[in-house]
Write a protein that binds this ligand. Sequence first.
Ligand code: GLV
Ligand code: MN
Ligand code: MN
Length: 411
Amino acid sequence: MTPLSIDAERLLGRLRDLGRIGRDGGGRLVRLAASDADRAGRDALVAWIRGAGLEVAVDRIGNVFGIWRTADHRDRAPVMIGSHIDTVIDAGILDGCYGVLAGLEVIETLKAAGSIPARPIAVAAFTNEEGVRYAPDMMGSLVHAGGLPVEEALATLGTDGTVLGAELERIGYAGSEEPGFLTPHAYLELHIEQGPVLEREGVSVGAVETLQGISWQRVTIEGEANHAGTTPMAMRRDAGHAAACVVTFLRDRARRPNAPTVATVGCMSFEPNAINVIPSRAIFTVDLRDPDEQRLRAEEAALAGYLTELAAAEEVTIAVERLARFEPVTFDRRMVALIETAARDRGLSVKRMTSGAGHDAQMIARIAPAAMIFVPSIGGISHNPREQTPDADLVAGATVLLDVVARLAAQ
Ligand code: GLV
Ligand code: MN
Ligand code: MN
């Protein structure tokens, strides 16, 4: 039998079309979860799902599913292909969207070829994977996997003071299905690597075996506002300076030789935020990641110890709030092997690897065998408008997905 081919132009065209939706006045792609831009992206996706003749289902946390099932499938668990279409601020067009649109492409290809799968195949777009507006990240898939009660998730307060549940209602994506209504037989996620490994090694496909642990915290430091010109340096309780000390502490620790830990302070704000006033308050986020749970715990403990010392030394008070905490994940061995075989059968180079980024797959792995397929990211750049993957690699990744899904759905 000649192997099936996806419709490359349809997939690449949809990626470009979705990438035009949610541009701000400066042309930046900003499709934050449950925003008007997200609604527009979701509307486009739902139109494509309907156009493909699939059943559309939306659950209470706004996860969107396109389901291909026939009367013969009855209550059989689906092979699920998923990712997300929400974005960070000033994003590229591939992160998440590639996995969702490739999932749809795979289903349309199998349908058009007249294939008769033994179980349903579903594509999922999970709400708020990025976690930029509402923490934690991977929220829709976490709720789907039963790791966070839906009421709690819907009550989440956003960075802009909005409440997620109200925003989902407002954009028309507070669905009626109970989260978790569709438990996968197996879950696959195709994603750009977002790192440099595949490109550097000249490998086309990554078979992702593990994914590192993630710890998100928000730190608030309270000092005292005072006059920038009259207050001697020794008499200051400077929340801004204390925050800067934390940034350098994290960087210095993470840069120790052979430490795989990565540490990022991505948000920071000062109050009153004036040129001639010593900051009375600094609020910032900490993103700590490590592939080893024990080491991630040790890094969290080291930070906590440093904050205690700093509070005493700088005469400030420091409060810490946990925003997200996910342990490292090991994906399903058989599925990883299936991905490797499928890639080789298509004549593609493949490598087992770990994921530095968080993904919905790490949540769904709690309830179903899961694995991920990576394709190269040019220059290892992501969460940036320059995020790019050669078209040939995007098509190759979707082809491997097609073959793996076809095999899983035949079982
Ligand atoms: C998701 O994009 C993450 O922060 O890894
Ligand atoms: Mn992503
Ligand atoms: Mn992302």
